[in-house]
Design a protein around this ligand. Structure first.
Ligand code: SAM
Length: 386
């Protein structure tokens, strides 16, 4: 195993591992695990010590929403089979890269995206509460509808990120819901599957887009801005350029609203919808198929524009400024660099940001010309070119 730096060494009672976030950004300040991961592993270590069965003879543990493998990798290292599932391509990449760094074989690890079947049988379910409660509910509905009665479910969450409704949500889907004592600024929530709870389902949200003449789009649970049009996206949609030919990228497409407006205004263009969220890419696919079935569209589920050979006449970006719950500029800076690599020599990058984020400053370091396209009391839209 490679030497572990103190800031990446995750000491825990199941199996210590070395962990980093992905993408691996220069000067990374964020740690790849938290008190809620440790609290859950402490509980699992106690639970597994009290059974004398060999972990490798047991069915898989289902782990949901593990951003960097902090739950999955200690379990794998301890010989437990894991089926991991989540919405984030970056989380899957972090998990696999960290497994490689720890010389951990992944032949007892399987993976599914939220809209895919979970490989059965499953012994127990461990869930990190995701930021999106609609994603959480849709995951609970799937578990309640597919796994056998009596399966144990444990949810772990940092107290500062736990909404008061979490117990009520769990009670909608499961039996005997209770929470454990708090430690490490986190709590565990315990529940069991019961057959009377299997009927609940969550449907995609549907809402109208003014810039598309009021046409409706859908958003799968977990996509940015949930069941409504984001106010920044609404402002951005009013300023999407027209008369662009060639390729256009909606980078960080979410439900796809900006790329759909680009399709509407640019009949000669092909549009690429790119996002690291599986639910986002799935929403964009559904929306383009419903509203523009004859147009040429492509979809990229991955990190920014990594892995694409195409160059673009126009790249439209409403960048994330959080990683998980933490405010972080690293991802927006990385996406600006991706855009520079993939822009045609006469192409333009349009970026919207909250006024206080001042994206013009990092953009000026990368591009020869940066102009303000539009601003209101909350947002500024910048256009950058070589
Ligand atoms: N364009 C949509 C809109 O305006 O409503 C969504 C914008 S939202 C602020 C940012 C989007 O970027 C999210 O959908 C998020 O999943 C995606 N994202 C975050 N990090 C990413 C990455 N490294 N690569 C690709 N997409 C990413």
């Amino acid at each position: 195993m490679p030497p572990m730096k103190p800031d990446t060494y995750f000491d825990n009672p199941v199996h210590p591992v070395s962990l980093k976030l992905w993408p691996r950004l220069n000067g990374e300040k964020l740690r790849a695990w938290d008190g809620a991961d440790l609290l859950l592993l402490e509980h699992i270590a106690e639970q597994d010590a009290s059974t004398d069965q060999d972990a490798s003879d047991q069915p898989a543990t289902l782990v949901l929403n593990d951003p960097n493998g902090a739950l999955t990798l200690p379990l794998l290292a301890a010989g437990v089979k894991v089926h991991a599932s989540g919405d984030s391509w970056l989380a899957q990449k972090a998990l696999l890269t960290n497994a490689e760094d720890n010389d951990l074989a992944t032949d007892t690890l399987s993976w599914s995206w939220p809209n895919e079947e979970v490989a059965q049988p499953i012994a127990r379910v461990l869930i990190r509460l995701p930021k999106s409660l609609s994603l959480f509910e849709s995951q609970l509905a799937t578990i309640a509808g597919t796994l056998p009665e009596g399966t144990q479910v444990i949810v772990s969450s940092m107290d500062k990120h736990t909404p008061p409704t979490v117990m009520k949500i769990l009670e909608k889907y499961f039996l005997s819901v209770e929470h454990g004592l708090g430690r490490r600024k986190a709590h565990l929530y315990f529940a069991q599957l019961g057959h009377q709870t299997a009927q609940q389902r969550t449907a995609p949200a549907v809402f109208a887009i003014p810039a598309l003449q009021g046409k409706e789009i859908c958003a799968q649970p977990g996509t940015f801005s949930g069941d409504k049009l984001d106010i920044g996206a609404r402002f951005f949609s009013e300023h999407v350029p027209s008369d662009v030919a060639g390729n256009i990228a909606d980078l960080g497409c979410g439900n796809g609203v900006i790329g759909l407006v680009a399709l509407d205004r640019n009949p000669e263009a092909s549009v690429w919808f790119c996002d690291e969220s599986a639910q986002a890419v799935s929403s964009a696919k559904t929306n383009t198929a419903a509203l523009y079935p004859k147009r040429e569209c492509s979809f990229h589920h991955g990190n920014g524009l990594d892995g694409l050979a195409e160059t673009f006449s126009l790249i439209l970006l409403n960048p994330p400024f959080h990683r998980g719950h933490a405010v972080d500029e690293g991802v927006s800076s990385m996406l600006f660099k991706h855009a520079r690599r993939h822009l045609n020599s006469d192409g333009e990058l349009y970026v919207i940001g909250n006024r206080h984020l001042k994206y013009n400053l990092p953009l000026r370091k990368l591009f020869g010309s940066v102009r303000e396209v539009a601003a209101n009391d909350k947002f500024t839209i910048w256009a950058a070119k070589f």
